[in-house]
Design a protein around this ligand. Structure first.
Ligand code: ZN
Ligand code: FE
Length: 252
């Protein structure tokens, strides 16, 4: 499985997936036609379009790409009315094969009611859209804090070596937030160095790995006692910590 990162708009990432033996080409969350088409052109075909959720910055390339390449659009059944051009609707935990690649849907609401991730277990890859970012998580727009907290919980239990491809390059801002509140975390200092090196060279900070995120992403560390202490919320539940952090981040 080859994955090419396609920077789109100001800070979005679309991803091109190529699988050699079946020559299958797919794209995850085409934010815009032009930037994606420039890359797809190398392959002269696009078999599938995968959407994590319905927001414009993740689906705006759908219809034009579908028209040009006769691709099939794959999205969440519960969001079929909001995904432009949807052809194949899938449910939570459902498996689907594209070329020789098998992925599973993991339903992770919170950012939107119909947000999903595409988990390629054999390849140790997941596309998390606007739910789990490097060093952060998505804003809670349609669900509540509990939904987002539970969704992140579903991702936390995947194998730690899983590579995470998220929907935006928000890592620097997320890093600043983590550094402000997670002051006793030594792994975070190391992560900061590698993130800043990449940003300085104008390189993407994705993919990250689940292990790195478990060590450094403050939103995955709501059960950490040192962090609770720093926040002066030693007796709060993990969900309360998460809600507090999400509110602080919304105004950061
Ligand atoms: Zn979004
Ligand atoms: Fe987005």
């Amino acid at each position: 499985m080859d994955i090419e990162i396609i920077p789109c708009l100001s800070d979005n990432y679309s991803y091109l997936i190529y699988e050699k033996t079946s020559k299958m080409v797919a794209i995850v969350d085409p934010s815009e036609f032009k930037a994606c088409d420039n890359i797809i052109n190398k392959y002269k075909k696009l078999d599938f379009i995968l959407n994590t959720h319905h927001h414009a910055d993740h689906v705006d390339g759908n219809l034009e790409l579908k028209k040009k390449y006769n691709s099939q659009v794959i999205g969440f059944d519960g969001d079929k009315k909001r995904i432009p051009g949807i052809d194949i609707t899938l449910n939570d935990n459902q498996e689907f094969k594209i070329g020789n690649l098998v992925f599973k849907i993991i339903f992770i609401p919170g950012h939107t009611k119909g947000h999903i991730s595409f988990y390629f277990e054999r390849e140790n890859v997941i596309f998390t859209g606007d739910t789990l970012f490097s060093l952060g998580c998505g804003r809670v727009f349609e669900g509540d804090h509990r939904d987002m907290f539970k969704s992140l919980g579903k991702l936390k239990i995947l194998p730690p070596e899983t590579k995470i491809y998220c929907g935006h390059e928000y890592t620097k801002k997320n890093l600043d937030f983590c550094l402000k509140y997670d002051t006793e975390n030594s792994s975070l200092a190391d992560k900061a160095k590698s993130v800043i090196l990449k940003i300085d060279k104008n390189l993407p900070t994705v993919p990250t790995t689940l292990q790195e995120e478990l060590n450094t992403n403050i939103f995955l560390r709501c059960n950490d006692l040192k962090l609770k202490k720093v926040l002066n919320l030693e007796h709060s539940s993990d969900l309360e910590i998460f809600s507090k952090l999400r509110d602080l981040k919304d105004n950061f």
